[in-house]
Each structure stands twice: as structure tokens, then as C-alpha cells.
Ligand binder design. Structure first.
Ligand code: ADP
Ligand code: MG
Length: 316
């Protein structure tokens, strides 16, 4: 099988139903239609074997994770993912590996109605670079730099399970919980479902890839503000309490890979925001407020203040 047969067999065959793909895989470039009332979001992620995933992982899971984390960046900007390109570097032509990988890719892309529109295939140490293109409503893109003092800070779901999964990987736990942990690690769910509500109500947003503390610090730094959190209000995944209760808060604040969203909503829009998400069956967790002065601080249940730096959190 040569390079072109490989592309045909595994990638051109991934079908999609998007009418905005005027030209997909097979030409020198893809040609895509961006509607006049939309803006184009573009984001790239590289995953290297041994760094972002282990080479012995099921290739289905590698592809799934690569797609999900890429799409999460579009979700964090209040966009809807549309198209993807894939630059794949392979050490060898292993048809079994490729077929599992392509199958994970196909399922992950179709779950979010994303079309694979091109890429590049080369030989070398195993790695992949995915570029996702998303569409945002014109002038409704939500960035890291829009947070304002008194905004309410939200997290879109319970966090910490992906980081806990890494910790307990080799410990004896029951098979049902094990597969649930692995799902958090291999198949994080990008919160594209929040797109309309971020676009309508949020001042700033980020996806939690490096840990809440780190990522909230990014919002604050870029927005020139600070934050005060209530530690007891941080939604920690029940599996974390069950298996890592001693480290629960640390994992929720500093553990990465959750891909929930952290965003801020101005107080005057808060009621409308809560009504809108309740209507959609979504639940967001308020964890604190944006402060005019820089620095991210949190109060624990004893009223003790801790400083949450980008490296994690530290007691005074
Ligand atoms: P070129 O030499 O013009 O760069 P290639 O031979 O690299 O073209 O690729 C041929 C076609 O296959 C192009 O449309 C390219 O986008 C697509 N392609 C190559 N590798 C991949 C891949 N891994 N996934 C999806 N499409 C790919
Ligand atoms: Mg090429």
C-alpha cells in the first residue's frame, strides 16, 4: 500500500454530510464555505506518542482523544466545530493500527458533525497534528480576555476525574469504575452544548485542559483582573471522592484533562443565563466571583484563604 492508497483506504472513506465542504480530501487544498453571518475559528493541537498518549493505547482511543481535545478549543470560544485536517506521522504502515485509528476518528467526528477535509501523511516517530475549524456567530466570539470585576465564575461540570484516573491507573478498582475513569481520560466530552449560552451571556471562557487553577489564572491574566473562589463550591467528580478523597481538591484544582469549561457571566445577565441553561437541561456550577485586583484566591470551609497560582494552590 502506498501513501495514496493509504489515504484512500482510511481517510477519504470517512464520509460526512456537510454541504459547506465544496472540496474535501483529494485536491491540493480543501475549499470551504463560511456563511456571511459567521466568523471562522481555527485551532491546532499536536499529540506526541509518549507525551500526550502512550503508544500502547488502543488507536481508537488515541484518535478519539485527539479529536475531542481539539474540538474543546472551539467550544471554549463559543464556536461550533465544522471541519478538521489531520497531519499524521507514522513509524510504519500498520493496517490494523490505521483501521482502529480511522474508526475512532470517524466516530468522534460524526458525533460532532465535523468533516475531515484534508491532511498530510508522513513517516517518522508517531505523532499527529489536528487542526479544527469552527464557526462562531459574528461578533459573539468569547475569549479569555473579557472577564470583568463582579462577574460570576462558573464551571460547566464536575472536574478532577481525568487526573484521578491517571493516579489510580494501576490500582485495584472495580471494572465498572475503571471503565468510567478511562472514559474521562480517553473520551473527554467537549462542551459544544454550551455554545449558545456562552455566546449570549459570557464575558470570558476557557476550557479546563491544564487544571482549573491554571486555566482560571489565564482568564484573569488576560483580562487584567483577579478572582475569589469558594473551595467548597468547586464541583468535584464523585469518583474522585470515592478513590482519591485525600487529594480531591488538589486534583480538581491542579489536575488537567477535564475539558469542562470555566467562564464568567456578568451579574446582570445571571438570571437570564440560569433560565436559559435550565431550559436546555444544563447545569453550571458557580464557584466564585471576578475581583478588580489581580491574583486568584480561595476560601476554604474554615474561612482560611489560600492562593491559587498557575502551578496549583498553596496555603498561605
Ligand atoms: P500534496 O502532495 O498536494 O500535499 P498529499 O499527497 O499530501 O497532497 O495529499 C493528497 C490529499 O490527501 C490531499 O487532499 C490531502 O489533504 C489529503 N490527505 C493526506 N493525508 C491525509 C490524512 N492523514 N487525513 C486526511 N486527508 C489527508
Ligand atoms: Mg502533502
Amino acid at each position: 500500500m502506498n501513501e495514496f492508497e493509504l489515504i484512500d483506504a482510511f481517510f477519504s472513506s470517512i464520509l460526512h454530510s456537510r454541504t459547506d465542504v465544496l472540496l474535501g480530501i483529494g485536491d491540493d487544498a480543501a475549499c470551504l464555505h463560511v456563511p456571511a453571518d459567521k466568523q471562522l475559528l481555527v485551532s491546532t493541537d499536536t499529540l506526541v506518542a509518549g507525551v500526550h498518549f502512550l503508544p500502547e493505547w488502543d488507536p481508537y482511543d488515541i484518535a478519539t482523544k485527539a479529536v475531542m481535545v481539539n474540538i474543546s478549543d472551539i467550544a471554549a470560544m463559543a464556536g461550533v466545530p465544522a471541519w478538521m485536517t489531520l497531519a499524521l506521522t507514522l513509524p510504519e504502515l500498520n493496517e490494523h493500527w490505521l483501521s482502529r485509528f480511522a474508526s475512532g476518528l470517524k466516530d468522534a467526528l460524526s458525533e460532532f458533525n465535523v468533516a475531515l477535509v484534508g491532511g498530510d501523511t508522513t513517516r517518522g516517530p508517531l505523532s499527529m497534528t489536528l487542526t479544527v475549524h469552527g464557526l462562531a456567530d459574528k461578533d459573539k466570539v468569547v475569549t479569555r480576555q473579557g472577564a470583568k470585576a463582579n462577574d460570576i465564575i462558573y464551571v460547566s461540570g464536575p472536574i478532577g476525574a481525568a487526573a484521578a484516573a491517571l493516579k489510580i491507573l494501576h490500582h485495584g478498582i472495580n471494572p465498572t469504575d475503571f471503565s468510567s475513569f478511562m472514559r474521562h481520560l480517553h473520551k473527554p466530552t467537549p462542551r459544544v452544548d454550551y455554545q449558545p449560552y456562552l455566546a449570549a451571556f459570557a464575558n470570558a471562557a476557557i476550557d479546563i485542559s491544564d487544571g482549573l487553577s491554571n486555566d482560571l489564572n489565564h482568564i484573569c491574566t488576560r483580562s487584567g483582573v483577579g478572582a475569589s473562589l469558594i473551595l467548597d463550591d468547586i464541583p468535584i467528580h464523585p469518583l474522585v471522592y470515592q478513590y482519591q478523597s485525600a487529594h480531591a481538591l488538589e486534583l480538581a484544582l491542579s489536575g488537567g484533562d477535564d475539558y469542562e469549561l470555566c467562564f464568567t457571566v456578568p451579574k446582570e445577565k445571571n438570571n437570564a443565563f440560569l433560565n436559559a441553561i435550565a431550559h436546555a437541561g444544563l447545569k453550571a456550577y458557580p464557584i466564585g466571583v471576578v475581583e478588580p485586583d489581580k491574583g486568584v484566591y480561595a476560601k476554604n470551609s474554615d474561612g482560611v484563604m489560600v492562593s491559587c497560582t498557575s502551578q496549583g494552590y498553596h496555603h498561605f
